[in-house]
Design a protein around this ligand. Structure first.
Ligand code: ZN
Length: 251
């Protein structure tokens, strides 16, 4: 089975469309949350995402935009984006967001999807030490996570408990690029496809991945998209300038 894994689209329609155009054929699509917040097309992005399938976990921005949590813990710029998004959401979109499940969910045996981590949907797993601790007690050999907007992976070999960080190594920062790894059966993994709508790993290209359970491969992708159009929409909507600027910076 070939599974497309999308995360942190953040209402960026241009980035999402570019990724879907670049994506290979797949059997299923998993969405790791933060479908909305920051970008200018929340309704359109949700509509497009729902057409791809029904496997979603909720992100912190989805919860905030749906009015399920307070804005405590959100910085001023993120809060402004949440308030703006709340005003834009169509009733049906709002209903969809409110009903999104918390992770972890396990749509396939041996695999779990989370937004932050399996123990806390809002946790940022940024460094290897934290990931290794989670992997040591993981309920599934394979965890897909998002939230940090950084395309990467962490793994721990079950017998030796030796850990390793996986960082895609691309030949250029232009064009669409792929980076493939093969998973080992004796190892637990946490893999982050990166963010489609607001990358923060110093590569402004939209990020996603494909998991092939047949040959146990993960293929990371980076895809250029029309950043000026996304920026123009953010500015025209009256959203904070920083949200437009950072798209070109990739952090
Ligand atoms: Zn996010």
């Amino acid at each position: 089975m070939r599974i497309l894994v999308l995360s942190d689209i953040h209402a960026n329609l241009e980035a999402l469309e570019a990724c879907l155009d670049a994506a290979p054929a797949c059997d299923r699509v998993f969405n790791l949350g933060d479908v909305v917040g920051y970008g200018a097309n929340p309704n359109e992005v949700i509509e497009r995402s729902r057409k791809l399938g029904n496997i979603f976990v909720r992100g912190n921005h989805d919860k905030a935009c749906a009015g399920l949590i307070s804005l405590e813990g959100f910085n001023p710029i993120a809060s402004l984006a949440v308030l703006w998004t709340q005003q834009q959401l169509a009733p049906e979109t709002l209903e969809f967001l409110r009903a999104l499940p918390a992770g972890p969910i396990s749509p396939v045996e041996g695999l779990q999807c989370v937004h932050g981590s399996a123990r806390d949907e809002d946790e940022y797993v940024m460094v290897a030490r934290e990931a290794y601790a989670l992997l040591a007690q993981s309920a599934a050999p394979l965890t897909f996570f998002g939230h940090t907007h950084i395309q990467c992976g962490f793994c721990v070999q079950k017998q030796t408990q030796l850990g390793q960080v996986i960082v895609p190594n691309y030949q250029t920062a232009q064009n669409t690029q792929k980076f493939q790894i093969y998973l080992r059966e004796d190892t637990n993994y946490m893999i982050n496809p990166g963010s489609i709508g607001q990358p923060r790993d110093n590569d402004p290209r939209a990020a996603f991945m494909l998991y092939d359970s047949g040959d146990l491969s993960i293929t990371f992708y980076r895809v250029p998209y029309n950043i000026p159009v996304a920026q123009k929409k953010i500015r025209a909507a009256g959203l904070p300038d920083r949200l437009a600027d950072r798209l070109a910076e990739g952090h």
